[in-house]
Design a protein around this ligand. Sequence first.
Ligand code: ADP
Ligand code: MG
Length: 250
Amino acid sequence: MQCNQLINAIRRRLTISYAIEIHNLRKVYKVGSEKIVALDNVSLDITPGEICCILGTSGSGKSTLLNLIAGLEKPSKGTIKINGKHIEKMTEKDLARFRQRNIGFVFQSYNLLSSLTAQENVSLPLIFRGIKKQVRDELAADILAAVGLKRHLKHKPTQMSGGQQQRVGIARAFVSKPPVVFADEPTGNLDSRTTLEIMELMLEIAHENHQTLIIVTHDSHVASFADRIIHILDGNIQKIKKKENVIYEI
Ligand code: ADP
Ligand code: MG
């Protein structure tokens, strides 16, 4: 190997690879003739396996930031890389495919399909991944058992409590083991005891599979579970706080 090649190889090794890299993000919404700057000049890097919370009051720009990073909306300016891929440059078709393979999403209001059972809801992302039915059913049953819903495989959303529906939502987000999972106010509709259970569950699964988890919340107790808290105010990062001495059981 030539000297130059060796130096480049060492350089590549030493370069930190981030799960998410966002640079100078800006999002402007137009409402009639008015412009609303929902996000401005936001830059952030997130490492693989990190648990991050985006914390801020209502209207501060949390959901806008999450939706941009998750590829659900296009930025007005700036760049977003997930696993080294620029998602802001992708066509809708490529982005949809990329999301299916790389991203899971947990919603505040669960977003389960009411006509489907828990097992069918959880199987959905696996259909898009081209996995055959028998395997889909098994994987969905396994993860539903892991989230404590072994006896609820055939239940429909209306036959379950809010906490149980969110467990189904979590199972659906994690079933295909995407490297990155986003959750927008995942405990926003739940009581404090269920909130604790849901947070512990999401963190446990994410740690087990070394998945990156980004949670949006207005609740500082929920944020206290994270490795890093990104404080958002008026569309900007106000401060970033890191949890000290985090020890995970492996
Ligand atoms: P948060 O999730 O922190 O409550 P959002 O990201 O939803 O805040 O909103 C940030 C700002 O952008 C708010 O002023 C909100 O009204 C505005 N906004 C969000 N989405 C839209 C939209 N689709 N059209 C117009 N304005 C929007
Ligand atoms: Mg929001």
